[in-house]
Write a protein that binds this ligand. Structure first.
Ligand code: ZN
Length: 180
């Protein structure tokens, strides 16, 4: 960025929004501040203002990301029991998003810690990649190890058929947990 002028108010906030839309990886407050020639504090305030308008910006350990809203509006939802090792997480998520599925979260039922849920929010391979980078940084894959790989995913789709096909594929991959 060679643009050295100070970005002001509303113009700056829409610039932040478009920078977040353009990038595939999270942007830190510092990186945004550099691009806009303002302090990090100004960026933090702008992000708060944008969030106050229900713009879905999430602060991750890697920086700010824009969570696309499309996934929140898919009409069909199912809670699916799965079992796999942490090493197969990528394979499982690819299989799901390739079937047009939005993976909303992961839940475990632990005898001691109770129900623990963590957002995933991925609907394509690019988002899967970002998610995996994020959990690698935070060590969040421990969730699976607590319950010997048994967990639940909330899945969303455009149709029941998409969900049925995705579940069949999970079953074939030996990931779907049979409820007997
Ligand atoms: Zn899983």
């Amino acid at each position: 960025m060679t643009d050295k002028r100070k970005w002001l108010g509303e113009e700056r906030r829409s610039k932040i929004l478009s920078l977040l839309q353009e990038t595939s990886s999270p942007l830190t407050g510092g990186a945004l501040a550099d691009k806009l020639n303002v302090s990090r504090q100004v960026v933090v305030q702008d992000i708060s203002l944008l969030k106050a308008r229900n713009i879905p910006i999430t602060a991750t350990s890697q920086g700010y990301v824009l969570t696309e809203e499309k996934g929140n509006t898919l009409p069909y939802s199912r809670l699916v029991p799965c079992k796999h090792s942490p090493e197969r997480t990528e394979e499982e998520l690819h299989l799901l998003v390739d079937h047009g599925i939005m993976v909303k979260d992961v839940k475990i039922k632990h005898p001691v810690y109770g129900d623990i849920s963590s957002p995933i929010m991925v609907s394509n391979r690019k988002e899967v990649k970002q998610f995996l980078t994020r959990i690698k940084e935070t060590g969040a894959s421990f969730l699976l190890e607590l319950t010997e790989g048994i967990h639940f995913h909330t899945l969303e789709a455009k149709s029941e058929e998409d969900l049925d096909e995705a579940l069949a594929a999970l079953n074939e991959a030996g990931i779907l947990l049979e409820e007997n």
